[in-house]
Write a protein that binds this ligand. Structure first.
Ligand SMILES: CC(C)(COP(=O)(O)OP(=O)(O)OC[C@H]1O[C@@H](n2cnc3c(N)ncnc32)[C@H](O)[C@@H]1OP(=O)(O)O)[C@@H](O)C(=O)NCCC(=O)NCCS
Length: 179
């Protein structure tokens, strides 16, 4: 497998440039992670403290350095506007598999950006030697599920009470794609 943490890939799509996330991107992710609508189906509630977002992003940068994940900042090619982030995480070289994730600011929804980004990330995963991708959604996350189905993912099962959020247990759906 050719996923080298020392050579993190920059990917380009028709309208987007995907660059490995840096600590400085926390300032762009802060308003997105502070939006209750964006975070409605995320494992944790919206974040109000910028230091917490900075800590999350630093954890993601550390995971990249350790070769466990690649997080990309999505920017438009036209004006370099930050629209969100996407990832390959939980990279398991032995089993040649990883998880995918995506988060886009509400201003940039309904333009097909995550669809375009994830098609390119999936192609990159395949050429890098990964053979299985998975994704997990909260029940009711219609936009995420529609996106995963368009990308070719198949629903594989239900994780009952997988997440504890706001004092309630939530069920999650698992999706998978064999490459
Ligand atoms: C999930 C999320 C990334 C989806 O974003 P999105 O912009 O709705 O996703 P898509 O890229 O699939 O675009 C959706 C719509 O854009 C429209 N669109 C507009 N222009 C388009 C273009 N050039 N190409 C493709 N689609 C386009 C399509 O009609 C599509 O709607 P449809 O699938 O119903 O036909 C976003 O809602 C989000 O960040 N949610 C919060 C975070 C989250 O829950 N992440 C997932 C955790 S698993």
């Amino acid at each position: 497998m050719i996923l080298d943490p020392k050579r993190l890939p920059i990917l380009e799509t028709e309208r987007l440039r995907l660059e490995p996330l840096t600590a400085a991107d926390a300032t762009h992710l802060y308003p997105i992670m502070g939006d209750p609508e964006v975070m409605a189906y995320w494992d944790v509630p919206e974040v109000e403290d910028p230091d917490i977002v900075a800590g999350v992003v630093q954890g993601q940068v550390d995971a990249m350095t350790g070769g466990r994940a690649i997080y990309w900042a999505m920017r438009t090619l036209a004006d370099r506007a930050f629209v969100g982030s996407c990832e390959l995480s939980e990279i398991d070289r032995g089993h040649r598999r990883a998880e995918i994730g995506f988060m886009v600011g509400r201003d940039a929804w309904d333009r097909g950006y995550p669809l375009e980004a994830m098609r390119t990330v999936i192609a990159f995963a395949a050429t890098s030697g990964l053979r299985r991708l998975s994704a997990r959604t909260h029940l009711g996350a219609r936009r995420s599920e529609a996106l995963l189905e368009t990308l070719g993912f198949t629903e594989e099962g239900l994780l009952r009470g997988h997440i504890l959020k706001d004092g309630e247990r939530r069920d999650c759906r698992m999706f998978g794609l064999l490459l």
